[in-house]
Design a protein around this ligand. Structure first.
Ligand code: 5GP
Ligand code: MN
Length: 346
């Protein structure tokens, strides 16, 4: 995977006149979102370094999970939920808006309308199928591990054109984003992904620290919650080759749940040989968060679009349920999957 030199040229052409750049990610930001945002900001700061000051801001709709806060620049990301006035004025004043790791502007929640109305030059850098056409420049690829990897190839090409040095903070962030989105080199890994990893490994980033922060820094409560989920909260449907995990509010309270504590839980049932589809339902404020994974031919992206008010990738998708009690979601999942596998399409 490489980014076409012409696209990188357009990207540089759009950036050069910029004075105020806003980089925007999606609701419930994950590692790829924060990695691509902070990595792009570190690179832009290097691109514009020493010249007339260019203000580069990073924004997401809501809270960043604690286990991502070790990344350089994560603590300066503006959260719309906590600071709507500041976020709005950054977006309204921006002359250039870069959206990353989203294919649907609605995933920026309340920021979507402001971005849509803005006269700023807009750039989308994303790896999901069917990107919404709202940007002046769309850099979109699905044959790539993550938005962070796509940003890496774009930044490499753009650095050659502009003679920019890629700072180590940029490399560490993009590496972290790629590593989290591939579930530590397990899913959506392409030959180019290893090439990126190898190029960045040579740059002297602290891979052991990143590995440790992401993979081996569970709290005791999070670890025990994981055990409980597998022991008591998992239902297996052998004939559907599916398994469901349900995380209710009472359990969350009991284990002092923090955002991000259930990260990766949805992958666990796929470790069972004959399970090909896994679902995690998490009770939250006003809706139930849905996470779906597939390790076979079933498109959870389509399943999610049809039954769970969401979407995503073929093998990793998410959505929301607004009107179902938590006790009924496993049944609803079973019925939906039966319809889906029976050929139902809306
Ligand atoms: P996760 O299950 O890790 O929250 O999300 C997996 C993937 O599903 C994400 O990378 C994203 O592409 C997609 N996704 C998650 N939640 C939503 C949602 O509410 N709406 C849409 N359209 N996609 C989502
Ligand atoms: Mn993401």
């Amino acid at each position: 995977m490489t980014v076409d030199s012409k696209i990188a040229g357009e990207f540089c052409g759009m950036l050069l006149p910029a004075k105020k750049i806003a980089i925007v990610g999606h609701h419930n930001p994950d590692g790829d979102c924060i990695g691509s945002l902070t990595g792009m900001k570190a690179w832009l700061d290097s691109l514009f370094g020493g010249k007339e000051p260019v203000k580069v801001s990073t924004l997401v709709p809501n809270h960043i999970p604690y286990y991502l806060m070790f990344m350089d620049g994560a603590d300066s990301v503006v959260l719309y939920s906590d600071n709507p006035d500041k976020a709005t004025s950054i977006l309204e004043e921006a002359d250039t808006i870069i959206c990353m790791d989203l294919n649907d502007l609605a995933r920026t929640e309340e920021m979507a309308d402001i971005i849509r109305k803005s006269a700023a030059r807009k750039i989308l850098i994303d790896h999901h199928p069917f990107p919404e056409k709202f940007a002046d420049l769309t850099v979109s690829e699905t044959e790539v591990s993550s938005a962070s990897e796509l940003a890496w190839w774009l930044i490499c090409e753009a650095s050659l054109k502009t003679g920019t040095e890629i700072p180590v903070e940029c490399k560490a962030s993009l590496y972290t984003g790629m590593m989290t989105d591939t579930n530590n080199f397990c899913n959506s890994v392409f030959p180019s992904t290893f090439l990126m990893a190898s190029q960045i490994a040579e740059a002297g980033i602290d891979r052991e620290k990143i590995q440790m922060e992401i993979m081996n820094s569970f709290s005791e409560e999070r670890m025990r919650l994981m055990g409980l989920m597998l022991k008591d909260k998992m239902t297996v449907y052998p004939d559907l080759k599916a398994a469901v995990l349900v995380l209710d509010q009472e359990t969350k309270d009991k284990y002092n749940y923090r955002d991000g504590d259930s990260e990766g839980f949805v992958n666990l049932p796929l470790k069972i040989r004959d399970i090909e589809i896994s679902a995690l339902f998490t009770q939250g404020n006003g809706y139930i968060k849905v996470s779906l994974r597939s390790k076979g031919a079933v498109s959870v992206n389509r399943l999610c679009r049809l039954f769970f008010n969401g979407g995503g990738h073929e093998r990793a998708a998410g959505g929301r349920l607004y009107d179902k009690p938590i006790e009924e979601v496993a049944d609803y999942f079973e019925k939906s999957l039966r319809l889906f596998l029976g050929g139902f399409s809306a």
